[in-house]
Design a protein around this ligand. Structure first.
Ligand code: HEC
Length: 180
């Protein structure tokens, strides 16, 4: 037992491991790296990645109605186009985050299709903003919106007595989708 105070002191001052007489407890192993290691839930991915990226993208594209009528929100500086390129890139890869094991709610159902639609819309948004093409930037923004809307309509359950009366089947039909 006489060695004990020395060991404790050595541990406190961080003595080189060669001095220790008993092996230090093994550090916890980090989780295996690799594509299946998810850290955030779907909800957190939505809240912290998908939603802020989409909101920022939409705020720098599309059309707004104000007292002067309908106005195109056309970026006027490269820095603004860059915001669209960056946020479209985030949307593009977020599609992959949603397809990972542990997040894909329905790996053989339409979930993957909606996630792929985010991939495609994000890539289209990057290309359009890189080319300073306002119309195509808007189209990509609409495609992002459709992916959000359709996936939410299918996978966020609403109680039967919900006050939210929106007819998702009608919208899906209008968008050329079969009602689910
Ligand atoms: C592949 C399916 C899918 C796509 C595509 C998708 N979402 Fe979601 N989203 C979900 C699911 C499922 C939830 C509910 C998560 C939960 O509550 O566990 C959700 C929840 C959310 C929430 C609520 C988060 C919270 O804090 O409760 C927001 C906001 C959101 N999504 C935004 C978006 C936007 C914006 C887009 C499109 C740019 C989008 N989502 C695309 C599946 C999707």
């Amino acid at each position: 037992m006489r060695a004990l105070p020395f060991l404790i002191a050595a541990a406190l001052v961080g003595a080189p491991p060669a001095l220790a007489q008993t092996p230090a407890p093994a550090a916890p192993k980090p989780a295996a790296p690799g594509p299946q290691r998810t850290l955030l839930s779907v909800k957190e991915v939505m809240r912290h990645i998908v939603n802020p990226a989409a909101e920022t993208y939409w705020a720098h594209s599309g059309e707004v109605d104000d007292e002067k009528g309908a106005n195109d929100r056309v970026p006027t500086a490269q820095a603004e186009w860059n915001i669209n390129i960056d946020t479209a890139a985030q949307i593009a890869e977020a599609g992959n985050l949603l397809m990972m094991d542990g997040r894909a709610r329905d790996p053989s159902g339409p979930w993957m299709k909606y996630a792929l639609a985010l991939n495609a819309a994000g890539i289209a948004g990057m290309a359009a903003a890189t080319a300073h093409d306002h119309d195509k930037t808007n189209d990509a923004g609409s495609a992002m919106y459709d992916a959000c809307f359709q996936c939410h309509g299918r996978y966020i359950p609403r109680p039967k007595d919900s006050l939210y009366k929106h007819d998702i089947d009608k919208d899906l039909k209008a968008a050329g989708e079969k009602p689910k």
